[in-house]
Design a protein around this ligand. Structure first.
Ligand code: BGP
Length: 473
């Protein structure tokens, strides 16, 4: 059998780039409601227009193709397909994604489609969203519509983007709607329903006999222990259960981590929603691959003192807050003084790419892995032609990619890499000034696209890689 060509591309998500928030029969999303006036939307930005991908998808896909990219990861807006979250299908929504998929294929770009990337239909959010077991069936019904409509041409599917980070922001930090803070009950319950819904959809996909692969996308949070930690094994176990294993063990091995229920019970965290029968759903819903969004690690040490708290920064340079967390009695985030951080207080630590991939290999064997996101958020000033010389981004991403290729060489089954993001887009509560794209979008002037230096760097990197691939190295 011919060896699969490595996939090189970039990624976006529906709410962050499409705009057209109320066009062509799209239903209201939870983020539409949040961004229209919730005081917790700190920077006041909305996804109403964003980069207007809804109308400009051809231009963006043309740029991907011209940049040598052979794959594109994007998400479907659930409320564009099912305006009320369930029931009636919106034909215009189906038409839009058909157009995007067909245009990708025409340009030689493999579509990699995520079914859910944070944007819950408001109708379902109002009923309790991820807190209610009924969402599992709703998600399955929505997935079925998508598989029937697009499954003949889309060969790579992901169920949910970052179930952990999404549950963390909505229930711990409280910065994403529905904005609950430090709520351990909701945090674990939401993640549980997310992985349960994902498993059901994976099983459905396999039962439909479609010819492709399906996975889930986890935000890689490999635990590293700071030197001097007195109880490293305890900290590692708790950190791993809190950040990773509910997602990874359940999706890859098809079973809940054995230590989870005792942990919830001992800490008085709600767990009566965990039903015996669900074990069968998990066992039948094992993923074909795992998507990893790699930005940072979880650098932890013993809890020293103080109440449970999260530290988060949606104000960028306007704040000195460093990302992290303290859980009373469990652990706290350690600060590595020599590790760089971006202006939003997050570590820039390329080696976490290698460490996380090797950990996957060690724990889960040969499971195929796609790096579904990796990128660098910064403020940017273009020159008079709109050109951005983003050397920092290039340096940083090159570091992560080198570590990815090293892990691949050492046996990790990595099959593709997606940069975040294709073009500048909405960065959730951070607004628009935190930019990630290979292509600049001038949000003040008709969303004009201008390729950045990193766009050409990536093109060249792909070309060089493909030469060695063809030579069979
Ligand atoms: C991931 C999300 C993306 C994207 C990225 C950058 O967690 O999947 O949607 O936004 O992170 O994060 P941010 O925009 O918050 O800087």
């Amino acid at each position: 059998m011919a060896k699969q060509k490595f996939l090189w591309g970039s990624a976006t998500a529906a709410y962050q780039c499409e705009g057209a928030w109320d066009e062509d029969g799209k239903g209201l999303g939870e983020w539409d409601v949040f961004s229209h006036g919730n005081p917790l939307n700190l920077n006041g930005a909305t996804g109403d227009v964003s980069c207007d991908f809804y109308h400009r998808y051809k231009e963006d896909i043309d740029l991907m193709a011209a940049g040598g990219q052979n794959t594109y990861r994007f998400s479907i807006a659930w409320a564009r397909i099912l305006p009320n979250g369930r029931g009636e299908v919106n034909p215009k929504g189906i038409e839009f994604y058909n157009n995007v998929i067909n245009y990708c294929l025409e340009k030689g770009i493999e579509p990699n489609v995520t079914l859910f990337h944070y944007d819950l239909p408001n109708a379902i959010a109002e009923e309790g969203g991820w807190e209610k077991r009924s969402i599992v069936d709703d998600f399955e019904a929505y997935a079925k519509v998508c598989f029937e409509a697009f499954g003949d041409r889309v060969k790579l599917w992901s169920t949910i983007n970052e179930p952990k980070y999404y549950a963390y922001c909505t229930n711990m930090v409280g910065n994403y709607p529905p904005n609950h803070k430090l709520d351990f009950d909701r945090y674990f319950k939401q993640m549980y329903y997310e992985v349960l819904a994902s498993a059901k959809v994976v099983a459905l996909y396999h039962a439909m006999g479609l010819k492709g692969q399906i996975g889930i996308v986890h935000d890689s949070s490999n635990v590293e222990i700071a030197p001097g930690t007195k109880e490293p094994e305890k900290v590692r176990l708790l950190g791993d259960l809190f950040y990773n294993r509910l997602i990874l063990d359940t999706s890859i091995k098809g079973e809940l981590p054995g230590e989870l229920i005792p942990l919830l019970r001992e800490n008085g965290i709600e767990n009566d929603y965990i039903k015996l029968d669900d074990a069968l759903t998990f066992a039948k819903g094992k993923v074909d691959f795992i998507g990893m969004n790699v930005y940072n690690r979880m650098y932890l040490t013993d809890w020293s003192q103080g109440e449970t708290e999260v530290f988060h920064n949606n104000r960028g340079a306007g704040s000195k807050a460093k990302e992290g967390m303290r859980i009373k009695g469990w652990y706290e985030t350690a600060i590595a003084p020599d590790t760089k951080r971006n202006l939003w207080g997050r570590e820039i630590y390329p080696k976490c790419m290698y460490n996380t991939l090797m950990e996957i290999r060690e724990r889960y064997g040969d499971i195929p892995v796609y790096i579904t996101e990796n990128g660098h958020g910064c403020y940017e000033t273009p020159d008079e032609n709109g050109y951005v010389q983003d050397d920092d981004r290039i340096e940083m991403m090159q570091g992560y990619i080198d570590y990815m290729l090293k892990a691949k060489k050492e046996g990790c089954n990595v099959l593709g890499y997606y940069a975040w993001s294709t073009m500048d887009l909405y960065s959730w509560v951070n607004g628009y000034e935190k930019r990630y794209g290979f292509v600049r979008v001038d949000f003040d002037h008709d969303n004009k696209r201008t390729t950045k230096k990193s766009y050409y760097w990536f093109k060249n990197l792909i070309e060089e890689y493909q030469k060695t691939e063809e030579a069979g190295e």
